[in-house]
Design a binder for this molecule. Structure first.
Ligand SMILES: Cc1cc2nc3c(=O)[nH]c(=O)nc-3n(C[C@H](O)[C@H](O)[C@H](O)COP(=O)(O)O)c2cc1C
Length: 201
């Protein structure tokens, strides 16, 4: 993050969607750094993500409740996915699995993360894919990524390198610093732009 614009995160509310990639542990660092930079961070996690990292980690780092369920016990006054989007400036999905990318590209919202992403279409949307190189090169995944990009989503491309499953190739989630730089640049570029449904304060 650049020093001169380090306050681009202040008074900014960011939804961080964490899906079930082995890179989910890196999202903890991402959330911590966003919080330290001054952002209000709200994490939503898929069920698969919770198999890999506990919600309590994100709760502690973001100092906000973590949303793991579309239908929380006891209900909520306003559905979480709408309430989150009403108060957010930007949504970041990191890591983004092949599954979650495919669902959003197809307009499917069948759990908290994909449903929130569908509701968030009028705000800046960034996604950082993370998957095995075989999955990243799959023509179906390439098509889904292109669909998201054509719809205005900003992809932070994965890196080449050692992958958790022992492969060498492209698919490792971009470095946390790279993702933060894209978030910061996007916040600067979209500051003051009107949304179709303005943010509620
Ligand atoms: C240990 C482990 C690591 C995984 N890592 C990835 C990954 O990096 N990227 C990916 O697309 N899927 C990965 N998967 C598969 C996803 O978890 C699986 O497709 C799941 O249904 C994704 O659900 P979600 O998109 O709702 O989080 C992994 C599965 C396991 C068991």
């Amino acid at each position: 993050m650049s020093n001169e614009s380090s306050n681009s995160f202040e008074n900014v509310s960011i939804i961080v969607g964490v899906s079930g990639s082995i890179a989910a542990y890196k999202a903890a660092d991402l959330v911590s750094k966003l919080k330290q930079a001054g952002a209000d961070v709200h994490v939503v996690m898929t069920r698969a993500a919770q198999e890999l990292v506990g919600p309590m980690t994100f709760h502690s780092l973001s100092m906000n409740a973590v949303h793991t369920d579309l239908f929380p016990e006891g209900g909520s006054d306003k559905p979480y996915h709408i309430d989150l989007v009403d108060h957010a400036d930007l949504m970041l999905i990191a890591p983004a699995t092949a599954n979650v990318i495919g669902k959003i590209a197809a307009g499917i919202g069948d759990e908290i993360l994909s449903t929130t992403a569908l509701a968030a279409y009028d705000m800046p949307m960034i996604f950082a894919p993370a998957m095995n190189v075989r999955m990243y090169q799959n023509p179906l995944v390439r098509r889904n990524i292109k669909t998201l990009e054509d719809s205005g989503f900003i992809q932070v491309e994965p890196e080449e390198g050692y992958l958790a499953c022992g492969y060498i190739g492209k698919g490792r989630m971009a470095a946390v610093e790279t993702i933060l730089a894209v978030v910061e640049r996007t916040l600067i570029e979209t500051k003051g732009l009107e949304r179709r449904y303005p943010k509620l304060h």
